[in-house]
Ligand binder design. Sequence first.
Ligand code: HSE
Length: 399
Amino acid sequence: MIKIAILGFGVVGSGTAEVLTENQKIIEERLGCEYSIKYILDLRDFPESPFADLVVRDFNVILNDPEVTVVAEMMGGSHPAYDFSKACLEAGKNVVTSNKEVVSNFGVELCEIARKNGVRYLFEASVGGGIPVIRPMLNDLASNKITKICGILNGTTNYILTKMRDEGASFADALGEAQRLGYAEANPSADVDGIDAARKIVILAALASGKLISPKSIHTEGISSISLLDTKVAEALGCSIKLIGQAHVSADGLCALVSPCMVPKHNPLSRIDDVFNGILIDANMVGEVMFYGPGAGKLPTASAVVADIIDVIAHMDSELKTINWEEAVPADLTDFDSFSCARVFIASEALSFADDVTVVKTAQLDEAFAYLTAPLTEAQANDISQTNKNSIISVFRAL
Ligand code: HSE
């Protein structure tokens, strides 16, 4: 009998207990062995919960119980989640997690500790909620070089942007609704400022390159300054505004960023709405593949956590190793000023551009002029913004 401990009985932790219990029979049939949840670590009491008897407050009860071989960490935040995960791995327990903050900041170290102790550290639920993406990248795309990842990686902001576009809702109202539905992080800044998406894109970039970039070191913009004028301009240019995480892997190095982007209607990411996430991956043998599904929420995220628990149990007696990442150093990164993509300039008056700038589409609204250009580097786009600083209202990257 495999004994499992759950760390954190919030939205995803309680969902994980629910999935493990509700689908116990079919999971055990597939695994050919039985399991039970032995402990749930939380500081709160849950007298109404069917799992109330399993709740413990002292982490050492779990750490010191040799019967517990699988620990699912869903506490959120770096501490004590990182410390508890590290202690469990050092004690020879497998750890699975939905905690992208811990994976993106401490993934190199935790994977190394897992390897040294002959156990596994898995984190399918850390990116894309319920969408299978990490295991497919590691397994099904293993014969490819991955050159580009581009995706909607945060369900909360996608929900907010969809409500603003389709219902003309204010940013604050849409955020409040996302929080009520349990999509948003406890601190909404992680979602709306792009921090959560930055953590996720560096995890995906590391799967592609083997190098983990610190999420704090990548260019990150959020959605809190997007106005209803911006959404009207997007519509006039045949685009939707989406918060996009992108990573580019080339012989020159790695580049990753998060920013709102104008996504043309012909790009499938433009049609991914509400809390759904979508991730496009360019790989040198298969071409472009897309992963799509619910990017946040209790049971979808728990579904991915339990997938890792099943993977751990199924391979408990094998030599299967956890992944091998290195910390990215400055030499692994490309110069961000030379990052190039299409741009949209929104201005209060007509703009004129230098000869080396190609305008591919324009739109004129009552209150603004908008220009979609062919790819420009960051340095070129910044020059245009600076030259026209008295009339520019906003500037977007575009896909
Ligand atoms: N707050 C996150 C999101 C939860 O909205 O995508 C899932 O990681």
